[in-house]
Ligand binder design. Structure first.
Ligand code: ADP
Length: 488
C-alpha cells in the first residue's frame, strides 16, 4: 500500500485544509474516492466540499493575507526557503504519493517534485526583489513613486497532469508576493497538493494563508471563486474550454486572471537538422508524462528530405519504450489518467487511419489492459485529421510531411493555440527567421525541453494569458499603485 512505501506516512492525509484547520468531513457529509490509475485501487476517501467551505476559506485567507503582506520580503523568503528544503528532503516520498495517484513513472515524478520545488526556491528569492520605480515629476513640486503591492486573495484551480508542479508554480509566486491562496486541486490527484500544504505548515506558513479545498464539483467551486468579491485573482491551468467559462464568470467583477490553457504544439524538423538530436527532442517533448502535458509536441512536421529517415529512427526509439506501472523498474510510460483520456487517444488514431494515415508502431491498447496504451507513431498524417487541430494528450506522434519553410510556418501557426513550439535546424539565419515567425509564447530551438523556473512559461492566443516563472512570474501577483506627491 501507499503508506508502507513512505519514509514519512504522515505526508498523506485525508483531510482538507480549510480556514487554518484540517477538516475531515464536508458540510454535506459527501465523500469521493481517489484511485490509482495504474490498477484502479482506491487510495483515499476524501470529503467532497462545496461553496460554503470555499467561502469560509476565502474569509480566512482574506484575514491572513493582511498580516502576511505586512511582513518583509525576507520574512516571506525564509518560509519559502524552508519549504523548498523540506520538499527536497521529502522528494522521494512526494514522488511516491504522486505516482500512486497520477501514474507517471516514479523517476519522472521525482523530477516533477524537484521542478516544483525550484519554483518555491526561485520565488522565495524574488520576494526580496519586488522593486517599484521613482519617476521624475511632471511639475516642479511633484514627486512620483510607483509601489508594487500584493493582489490579495488568489484562487487557484489546477489539473491532474502535474499534481505538484502546477500548484507550486502558482503557490510560490503568490505567497512570495504577499498574497493568500485558496486552491482546488484536481479531484483525481489531490494528495500531492495536501502533502505540499502539510510541508508548508511545517515550514511555518501562517494558518489560513493557504487553503486546499477538496471537491469533485469543480463548477461550484469555480463559481464561488469568481463570484466572491474577496477573491482578487484567479489562476487556472487546464483546458481552453474551462478557461473560457472562468473568464466569462470572472468578467462580472473584472477579475484578474492567470490562464495556462491548452496547446497544439508544432515540432518542426528541417532537412538540415541534426536528425539524432531531433529524435531525442521528439522523444522527450512527445512522450514525457505519456504525452499528457500542454507543451507536448502534438504535430510533428518533418521536411520531405528527412521524413522517412526520421520516421524510422523515431519508431526505433519508441519501440524500446517500456509501458507499465510507475513503480516497475525501467518503465517510461505509465497509464493514461482516465478512460475518457484513453478514448480520445483511440478516437484520434481511428480518425487519422480512416483518412489515410499509417500506424508505424503501436496504435492499440497495451496488452496489460486498464488505462495502458501503446506508444504510437503515425505517418502520412494530413491537415484534415483531428490530430492536426486538437490536443491528443496521449502517446501518439503524428508525422506530417512538408516541403518549404514558408509552408510549414503557415501550417504551424494555423491553430487557435499558441503555447509551445519546437524546431530543429542548424542554419543560424533560419533559426531566427522561424523563431520570430512562430506565433507561440515559447519556442524550443534544437531542444524538446523548455520548462524551467528561470524562464517565463505561458501562451498567447487561446493558450492563455500571464506567465509563470522568471522575474515576470511574480508581477502577475502584484498590483501597481502610483503616488503623486506634491511637496509645495
Ligand atoms: P482536464 O480535466 O482535461 O485537465 P479541465 O479544464 O477539464 O482539463 O480541468 C482542469 C481543472 O479544472 C480540473 O481540476 C477540473 O476539475 C476543473 N474544472 C472543470 N470544469 C470546471 C468549471 N466549470 N469551473 C471550474 N473548474 C473546473
Amino acid at each position: 500500500s501507499l503508506l508502507a512505501k513512505l519514509k514519512d506516512p504522515s505526508l498523506v492525509t485525508d483531510k482538507a485544509l480549510i480556514a487554518g484547520a484540517w477538516v475531515a468531513a464536508s458540510d454535506s457529509g459527501k465523500t469521493f474516492n481517489v484511485t490509482n490509475p495504474s490498477n484502479g485501487e482506491v487510495i483515499a476517501t476524501l470529503p467532497d466540499m462545496g461553496r460554503d467551505e470555499t467561502s469560509r476559506s476565502i474569509d480566512a485567507a482574506y484575514r491572513a493575507q493582511k498580516l502576511w503582506a505586512a511582513k518583509t520580503g525576507k520574512e516571506r523568503a525564509v518560509v519559502l526557503r524552508k519549504l523548498y528544503d523540506l520538499m527536497i528532503a521529502n522528494a522521494d516520498d512526494l514522488a511516491i504519493i504522486l505516482t500512486t495517484e497520477m501514474g507517471k513513472p516514479v523517476a519522472e515524478a521525482k523530477g516533477e517534485i524537484l521542478y516544483g520545488a525550484s519554483y518555491v526556491e526561485w520565488f522565495g528569492e524574488e520576494a526580496k526583489r519586488v522593486y517599484g520605480d521613482t519617476i521624475p515629476g511632471h511639475q516642479q513640486d511633484k514627486r512620483i513613486i510607483v509601489l508594487k503591492q500584493p493582489v490579495g486573495v488568489v484562487a487557484s484551480i489546477t489539473p491532474w497532469n502535474f499534481p505538484n508542479a502546477m500548484l507550486a508554480r502558482k503557490f510560490a509566486p503568490a505567497i512570495a508576493a504577499g498574497c493568500a491562496m485558496v486552491s482546488k486541486p484536481a479531484a483525481e490527484t489531490p494528495l500531492s497538493a495536501l502533502a505540499l500544504a502539510l510541508l508548508a505548515e511545517r515550514a511555518g506558513l501562517p494558518a489560513g494563508l493557504f487553503n486546499v479545498i477538496l471537491s469533485k464539483d469543480s463548477a461550484s467551486i469555480g463559481k464561488e471563486f469568481t463570484e466572491n468579491d474577496k477573491v482578487r485573482k484567479l489562476t487556472f491551468t487546464g483546458s481552453t474550454n474551462v478557461g473560457k467559462i472562468l473568464m466569462r464568470q470572472g468578467a462580472e467583477q473584472i477579475m484578474k486572471l492567470g490562464l495556462e490553457l491548452g496547446g497544439n504544439a508544432p515540432f518542426i524538423v528541417f532537412d538540415d537538422a541534426d536528425l539524432d538530436a531531433a529524435v531525442e527532442g521528439a522523444m522527450v517533448s512527445k512522450y514525457r508524462n505519456n504525452g499528457q502535458t500542454c507543451v507536448c509536441a502534438n504535430r510533428l512536421y518533418v521536411q520531405a528530405g528527412v521524413y522517412d529517415a526520421f520516421a524510422k529512427k523515431l519508431s526505433e526509439k519508441v519501440a524500446a519504450m517500456k509501458v507499465g506501472d510507475g513503480f516497475e523498474a525501467g518503465v517510461n510510460a505509465g497509464p493514461l489518467i482516465t478512460q475518457k483520456a484513453l478514448d480520445k487517444v483511440e478516437e484520434h488514431i481511428a480518425d487519422a487511419v480512416s483518412k489515410g494515415a499509417k500506424v508505424e508502431l503501436g496504435g492499440e491498447r497495451d496488452a496489460r489492459g486498464g488505462l495502458f496504451f501503446q506508444p504510437t507513431v503515425l505517418t502520412g498524417v494530413t491537415a484534415e485529421m483531428k490530430v492536426a487541430r486538437e490536443e491528443t494528450f496521449g502517446p501518439v506522434a503524428p508525422l506530417f510531411k512538408f516541403e518549404t519553410e514558408e509552408q510549414v510556418i503557415e501550417l504551424a501557426n494555423n491553430t487557435e493555440f499558441g503555447l509551445a513550439s519546437y524546431f530543429y535546424s542548424k542554419d543560424v539565419s533560419k533559426i531566427f527567421r522561424v523563431a520570430e515567425a512562430l506565433e507561440y509564447g515559447m519556442v524550443g530551438v534544437n531542444t524538446g525541453l523548455i520548462s524551467t523556473e528561470v524562464a517565463p512559461f505561458g501562451g498567447i492566443k487561446q493558450s492563455g494569458q500571464g506567465r509563470e516563472g522568471s522575474k515576470y512570474g511574480i508581477e502577475d501577483y502584484l498590483e501597481i499603485k502610483y503616488l503623486c506627491v506634491s511637496i509645495e
